[in-house]
Design a protein around this ligand. Structure first.
Ligand SMILES: C[S@@+](CC[C@H](N)C(=O)[O-])C[C@H]1O[C@@H](n2cnc3c(N)ncnc32)[C@H](O)[C@@H]1O
Length: 322
């Protein structure tokens, strides 16, 4: 027997077709369907079971109840065509028109419930948000603001944390570091990303072509460089005109113990110093933002400085002057 004939019986009942029509528009619980169709729960549940057994709908557990949705995309082409024909006719029936009106009010009630919830829980939302999604969940999503075809450098990549945060959102990440053990850890972390290339090299002589990056990050590495101005000049060389360098490092601090314990060469950087070195290196501007410290953090306050590479080369600019 052609499979489509098996499908006829499920749709031959007006209640089942009305249910399917409503569930094609939105996913609803049994309680909501009872209110939309104005039918008792036992009737709605019986028809839902048949529709579910025959693959017309699927259910997803939500708290103590199930939310049902039409599964038309998963059906065979014959069944989909049959439903197109039946739904076109049923949608004009008075009962189905009333269902559509009541569906709108049930959906409106849902958004009223969520508004009521937030109206009374404004004071608790920050705690609830942290519990549900972590303290700064939105930060992981912010690299999605970058252009997805960008090539971005992670300069002094260490174990690859910055590269791993960027890789899902940009075209390519080039991660550079001088330390073989750090690069071994980075290779392990970054193995899942096919768009990350790891290169061993010095910040003062990057293994990258001129103007090959759209943006670059120097995270917690500049304070280890004997000549930070040279590192900035090298970053400017590998950035395209207009490209951006993000420096994340420590604001000026007095933790002299870091010199012995971690080989720090610079006790943080202020905005004036970075602006001056950046200007000499070919960066047209430098903006400096102290970062909000994590309450659990024990180290000095960090800053984020963005240096924008000049759109014309330093030589051209000099020549243009009278
Ligand atoms: C403190 S770690 C920071 C790593 C990473 N960027 C992060 O945010 O976690 C500094 C890294 O910079 C690298 N580094 C320091 N000076 C360097 C230089 N002159 N050339 C290349 N890498 C350097 C070190 O090997 C180390 O992996």
């Amino acid at each position: 027997m052609p499979a489509v004939l098996d499908r006829l019986s499920a749709l031959a009942d007006l209640t089942r077709s009305r249910l399917l029509l409503v569930l094609e528009r939105d996913a609803l619980t049994v309680g909501e369907l009872c209110r939309v169709l104005r039918l008792p729960q036992s009737t709605v549940s019986r028809h839902l079971k048949l529709l579910s057994d025959e693959g017309w709908i699927t259910a997803r557990a939500e708290g103590t109840s199930n939310r049902y949705r039409a599964a038309l995309k998963d059906l065979d082409p014959g069944a989909r065509q049959l439903w197109q024909l039946v739904s076109g006719e049923i949608a004009e029936a008075p009962a189905a028109r009333q269902d559509a009106t009541r569906l709108r009010s049930v959906l409106a009630e849902r958004s009223t419930r969520s508004r009521d919830f937030f109206a009374t829980s404004a004071g608790q939302w920050d705690r609830l948000r942290s519990e549900l999604f972590g303290a700064r969940a939105e930060l992981a999503a912010l690299p999605a603001l970058l252009d997805d075809d960008w090539a971005v450098g992670d300069l002094g990549c260490g174990t690859g944390q910055v590269a791993a945060s960027l890789a899902p959102f940009v075209g390519q990440v080039l991660a550079v570091d001088a330390s073989a053990p750090m690069l071994t850890a980075a290779r392990k972390r970054l193995a899942p990303f096919r768009n990350v290339e790891i290169r061993r090299g010095e910040l003062e002589a990057l293994p990258l072509d001129d103007a090959s990056l759209d943006a670059a990050v120097l995270s917690l590495a500049l304070h280890l460089a004997p000549e930070p101005a040279r590192v900035l000049a090298e970053a400017a060389r590998v950035l395209r005109p207009g490209g951006r360098l993000l420096i994340v490092d420590m604001m000026p601090h007095d933790r002299t113990d870091f010199i012995d314990s971690m080989g720090h060469l610079w006790p943080g950087f202020d905005a004036e110093t970075l602006t001056s070195w950046g200007g000499e290196a070919g960066f047209a501007s430098c903006t400096y933002h102290p970062l909000v410290a994590d309450p659990a953090a024990k180290g000095p306050t960090l800053f984020a400085a963005v240096l924008r590479r000049a759109t014309t080369s330093p030589t051209t600019r000099t020549e243009a002057q009278p």
